[in-house]
Structure formats: structure tokens, C-alpha cells
Design a binder for this molecule. Structure first.
Ligand code: 6GU
Length: 224
């Protein structure tokens, strides 16, 4: 998979891809991530990328020319499955959406800033709009990292068996059961006997029951 991320602040997104599992995915060639600095497509001596909105409302708007030129340049080089605009008014990211994106070859992520992008960029290029939740961030960069992480970890070969995505919370609409490691007792707090029983069937049943119980308690909406 290849992800091209367009941003006015690419520095903000460097470390997630240079650390741990995402770094390994990139090093193994399972994911290619490229940053494109929108400023390089800015207009004039000052490399302008934003301007005041027509109609006179507050804030600035990301201009169409730099965005169109950056996206068009990428599109001239390869076919993209989706051009995704990260914006608080997009569709809220879910595991299902991450699963779908993880089957794609080439994705563009466009990080929103200021009051947003000129509406015509949406009409020209954007195929999906994604938000990571109902709150407002200073820009789409952290959301782009969240989306990339959720997608890259699903690519075949990125996780090993122990980290398998198949047993994740949400993958089957259930939250994860409680987990424990040594010691079996700490300050009087004991690991449930069933987990020490060695009875695999009993353990599996217990874990499933706990999952259902926890999901009912914390996120009953997932079971509807
Ligand atoms: Cl994608 N962008 C911004 N600026 N804020 C957000 C968001 C995105 N998702 C949730 N809040």
C-alpha cells in the first residue's frame, strides 16, 4: 500500500511512522508513506496557500490552486483508489472503514487546516471525507496519523500472530475481555482461577462471556 499525505505541517506526522509497528511496516516495504508539503505548491513569492472566504465569514480557506496542483501531480503518476479529506465534518472513522481502506493500493490523505478547503476541491478530487470523532483538532494531521495507523496495522504481514488484528476490540463488535500476566496474585488481587485452570475450552468460554458482559456494560450500542 502507498499513502501520500498532503499537509501544511508534515513535520507533525513524522514520528508515528518512525517508531514501532508502523516503522517496521514501512521498513519491510508493506506500506510506503510519502509527505507532500502543500507550501511547495503555494502561489507567488510568499507561497500563499490560504485566503479569506468569499462572503466575508471569519477565518481562512485553503485555496484551490495549490491543492489541485499537488493532487493532480500525484494523480498523473498513478491511479488512486481514494482521495480522503480529513475533516471534522466527515464520516466518523470506524473499524469497518479502516478494514475497507486496508484493501486499497494507493490512497491520498489531505489534511485540512484553517476553516477548510475551497468547496471546489471537494467536487474535483475528494472521494471520501473522514473525521476521527466529534471534537475539533487544530488540523487534520493527527487524524491522518490515526487513520494511517488503523489501516497499516491491518496489512498482511504487519502484525505477528500474537498481535493479530482478528482478536481486536471492535473487530467482532465486542470489546476485549480483561487480561492478566504474572504474578497470579499481587497485593491480594488474584487472577481469576479459570485462567490458571489449563482448560482451554473453559477459558475460551469465559473470555467470550466477559467480552459480552463488558460490551453490555460499556458499549451496549455495539450489540444492537
Ligand atoms: Cl479529521 N480534523 C480536525 N481538524 N478535527 C477533527 C478531525 C479531523 N476529526 C475529529 N476532529
Amino acid at each position: 500500500m502507498r499513502i501520500d499525505i498532503i499537509s501544511v505541517l508534515p513535520e507533525l506526522m513524522e514520528s508515528p511512522f518512525k517508531t514501532s509497528i508502523l516503522k517496521r511496516a514501512v521498513d519491510k516495504g508493506l506500506a510506503e508513506v510519502y509527505f507532500h508539503h502543500l507550501r511547495e505548491f503555494g502561489l507567488g513569492k510568499h507561497r500563499q496557500i490560504d485566503d479569506a472566504p468569499y462572503g466575508g465569514s471569519a477565518g481562512m480557506v485553503m485555496m484551490i490552486e495549490p491543492l489541485d496542483q499537488c493532487i493532480s501531480q500525484l494523480k498523473a503518476q498513478r491511479d488512486y483508489d481514494e482521495v480522503i479529506y480529513l475533516t471534522p465534518d466527515g464520516e466518523t472513522l470506524t473499524q469497518k472503514i479502516a478494514n475497507t481502506f486496508s484493501t486499497k493500493q494507493n490512497l491520498i490523505f489531505l489534511c485540512g487546516h484553517y476553516k477548510g478547503i475551497d468547496q471546489r476541491v471537494r467536487e474535483l478530487h475528494i472521494t471520501k471525507e473522514i473525521s476521527i470523532g466529534d471534537y475539533v483538532l487544530t488540523g487534520g494531521e493527527l487524524a491522518a496519523c490515526v487513520l494511517a495507523d488503523s489501516v497499516i496495522r491491518l496489512l498482511p504481514g504487519v502484525l505477528n500472530d500474537e498481535q493479530s488484528a482478528l482478536t481486536d476490540s471492535f473487530q467482532d463488535n465486542l470489546l476485549s475481555p480483561p487480561i492478566y500476566t504474572r504474578p497470579s496474585e499481587y497485593k491480594g488481587l488474584k487472577v481469576p482461577d479459570v485462567l490458571l485452570s489449563g482448560n482451554l475450552k473453559k477459558i475460551q468460554d469465559w473470555l467470550h462471556e466477559e467480552s459480552v458482559k463488558i460490551t453490555l456494560e460499556k458499549r451496549p450500542d455495539l450489540l444492537e
